[in-house]
Design a binder for this molecule. Structure first.
Ligand code: QAP
Ligand code: CO
Length: 186
């Protein structure tokens, strides 16, 4: 198992559309295991493969609370069958949009068809946090982030702050502590 680096917005790789998985084999299970370990280490409750740079339709999730027994879930090629017309807001975050949390309005429940860890077809009726999380993660497969559901002003403000933080982090790594310094090669 391995902890993989998580891609942070506004990295263009997060905007790629993920491709369907052709077969659930040991190589894919290794990716799912690594994604789960990466998500637990963060810690987070859901992670899509594109967040670790792999444009495949794969999601891992675990909604178990602290002190509860782990409940890992794996979704390969998920499809939403019948989202409810009734929607509700939920305050979402994202490992690729660290430290920002905003209300997003989504269908309150949905049915999901997908392949599990063993490649078996499953159908799941999701509601509550499970429904929010599966819809958030399935957005990632289309290159969509939760901030895309916000007003343009809010989204731009968040992206600007993220960009600035990353510039600062890169400058520090490269031995220059000045956030205003953008000399090439520094
Ligand atoms: C998606 O998000 C989600 O900003 C999963 O500093 C979120 O695991 C679905 C996280 C809310 C439904 C409701 C975010 C960790 C984790 C951060 C996550 C952070 C550290 C987010
Ligand atoms: Co996310």
């Amino acid at each position: 198992m391995a902890i993989l680096p998580i891609i942070i917005a506004p990295d263009p790789r997060l905007r790629q559309k993920s491709a369907p998985v052709e077969r659930v084999d040991d190589e894919l299970r290794t990716l799912m295991d690594d994604m789960l370990e990466t998500m637990y280490a963060a810690p987070g409750i859901g992670l899509a493969a594109i967040q670790v740079g792999v444009p495949k339709r794969v999601i891992v999730m675990d909604l178990a609370g602290e002190g509860e027994e782990a409940e890992p879930r794996f979704f390969v090629n998920p499809e939403i069958i019948n989202p409810s017309t009734k929607t509700t807001p939920y305050e979402e975050g994202c490992l690729s949009v660290p430290d920002f949390y905003e209300d997003v309005e989504r269908p309150i429940s949905c049915r999901v068809r997908y392949l599990d860890y063993h490649g078996e077809e499953q159908i799941l009726d999701a509601e509550g946090l499970l429904a929010v999380c599966i819809q958030h993660e399935m957005d990632h497969l289309e290159g969509i982030l939760f901030i895309d559901h916000l007003s343009r002003l809010k989204r731009e403000r968040i992206l600007k702050k993220l960009k600035k933080e990353q510039k600062f982090a890169t400058a520090q790594e490269d031995g220059c502590g000045d956030p205003a310094c953008n000399h090439p090669g520094h």
